[in-house]
Design a protein around this ligand. Structure first.
Ligand code: PEP
Length: 250
């Protein structure tokens, strides 16, 4: 079933102590009268303590990335099994920073998705066009290709574990947000694209918007019919801002 979700991507921020402090503040301040899944993604080294801290709360911990191989000579990488062995069952894949700085391609991402599915892990699959694509009016094509190349090979059952995160690259960390109408237009397109291949599964998949979501624009964006929540970067690093964004679902 389609769920409301707000996920915080902490990127390469917060050391061990700061991670504990922010999680404790979130536990204290997050509303308990919202039917939504709250996911936070600290750095790899703080995942185990984060998992311990959120026990008995409705917060889920996600990793920001993982390798597609089961194990082996991949210095510096982390496997699905390693994540699951510390209680992490959700992973963000395909974030635009992974695509841009670490050259992750759609076909590599398809392998990572396969590994996550094999391990029955949840995937927050990120994709979105660059500014130039939008200026050239190629944004729908780019998004369709990213979806097709990264996800269209999976089977119907696997969609149970897929959360989509549309993140226009030009809006990430820039303070520039897609207007609520731009977000709705693209989310509707994404849902219809999923429908062409997977039928009514499209109605059940949660599609998050990401890109400079802040307390003052969250409610309007989340109010759009095909926007099921958000993937939050910068504003996830301050408890009050993140909580205000979650409250935007009300
Ligand atoms: C992100 O990195 O996924 C993101 C949406 O960042 P920001 O909210 O800072 O734009």
């Amino acid at each position: 079933m389609r769920k409301k979700i707000v996920a915080g991507n902490w990127k390469m921020n917060k050391n061990a102590e700061e991670t504990e402090d922010l999680i404790n503040e979130l536990i204290e301040k997050l509303p308990d009268d919202i039917e939504a899944e709250i996911i936070i993604a600290p750095t790899f080294v703080n995942l185990a303590s984060a998992v311990d801290h959120v026990e008995f709360t409705n917060i889920t911990i996600a990793a920001q990335n993982m390798h597609n191989a089961e194990n082996g000579a991949f210095t510096g990488e982390i496997s699905a099994d390693m994540l699951q062995s510390i209680g992490v069952e959700t992973v963000i894949l395909g974030h635009s920073e992974r695509r841009a700085y670490f050259h992750e391609t759609d076909s590599q991402l398809a392998f990572k998705v396969d590994t996550a599915i094999k391990h029955n892990m949840k995937v927050i699959f990120c994709f979105g066009e660059e500014l130039k694509d939008r200026q050239d009016k190629q944004h729908f094509n780019v998004v369709e290709n990213q979806l097709r190349d990264g996800l269209f090979h999976i089977n119907n059952e696997a969609w149970e574990n897929i959360i989509l995160a549309y993140e226009p690259v030009w809006a990430i960390g820039t303070g520039e947000t897609a207007t609520p109408d731009q977000a709705q237009e693209m989310h509707e397109f994404i849902r219809e694209t999923v429908r062409t291949r997977f039928g009514t599964i499209a109605d059940d998949v949660s599609i998050l918007y990401g890109g400079s979501v802040k307390p003052d624009n969250a409610k309007e964006i989340f109010g759009k019919p095909d926007v099921d929540g958000g993937l939050i970067g910068g504003a996830a690093l301050k408890a009050d801002d993140f909580v205000a964004i979650v409250n935007g679902l009300k």
